[in-house]
Design a binder for this molecule. Structure first.
Ligand SMILES: [Zn+2]
Length: 272
């Protein structure tokens, strides 16, 4: 079965067409994991698991750690059978927190806060035996902050919890190797279909198919064919097609393999 392992149909962007988009997923048919970025969107992700083959992930995104508190007990209460992961969580050296909009620098205290919240997510994941959906983004210009994936792996290592997927991967081959050597997965979005994404396509080539998950990150990052439009889960097919082309596999093989990977990581056979 086709699966989009990272979508945000729980976001405001889908307020007016959620039913249509969800129906298109149900009719295809395909599975979707909707990922929370704040408490309210986490709650909404759980609410829309009423649609067939929809699952939820709960978390407070690193760019929102100054917007609200991460209250572990409240997130714990949201856990249900169709909650398959914790996140998105991790570190973001690219976006300055909204509350510090005038101060573009990612300061030590910002990073320290992100680390603290990330560690709370690891605890929640461990307590519930759930994998993590991880977000990491490097700064564009500060080369002392080009280490996000290694920094995250260090934190996972200190908690002895290598269980999850680095979503929307955009790192180097060394970073990809560290992630897969630790038994984790790498998620690719429609970015791999963009003309200038040659480096990322090399990473797709490098990573073995049994470590890859496919995702849209809807409503963001529409694949090249739909670029400029709002993204939606069904377009994950374009990601699968690109991987098939890069790895010289059939589309069916990519759909099958990435679903098997998701099933294993998120324990989907016990969740539906
Ligand atoms: Zn996302």
């Amino acid at each position: 079965m086709l699966i989009d392992t990272h979508a945000h149909l729980n976001f405001k962007a889908f307020e007016n067409n959620l039913i249509d988009v969800a129906k298109r997923c149900e009719n295809y048919p395909m599975s979707v994991i909707n990922v929370g970025a704040q408490f309210e969107t986490s709650r909404k992700a759980v609410e829309i698991t009423k649609y067939k083959n929809f699952y939820a992930s709960l978390g407070l995104h690193p760019i929102h750690v100054f917007d609200e508190d991460f209250i572990l007990e409240d997130y714990q209460k949201l856990i249900s059978k169709k909650v398959v992961a914790i996140g998105e969580t991790g570190l973001d050296y690219f976006h300055s927190p909204k509350s510090e909009e005038n101060n573009k620098a990612i300061t030590q205290s910002v990073v320290a806060k992100q680390v603290e919240i990330f560690e709370a997510h690891i605890k929640l994941a461990k307590n519930n035996n759930l994998p993590l959906i991880l977000h990491g983004r490097n700064s564009n210009d500060d080369f002392t902050l080009q280490t996000v994936y290694f920094d995250m792996c260090k934190i996972l290592d200190s908690h002895n919890y290598y269980n999850g997927v680095f979503h929307c991967f955009s790192g180097s081959q060394m970073e990809a190797k560290t992630i897969i050597d630790n038994g984790m997965y790498i998620g690719f979005t429609g970015i791999i279909t963009y003309p200038n994404a040659e480096n990322l396509r090399d990473i797709v080539k490098y990573v073995s198919i049994d470590r890859i998950l496919i995702e849209t990150d809807s409503p963001y990052l529409a694949p090249q064919k739909y670029r400029g439009e709002s993204n939606e889960p069904i377009y994950v097919l374009e990601v699968a097609k690109e991987i098939a082309k890069i790895k010289d596999l059939s589309l069916e093989e990519v759909i099958e393999a990435t679903y098997e990977n998701a099933k294993k990581l998120f324990n989907l056979n016990t969740k539906s």
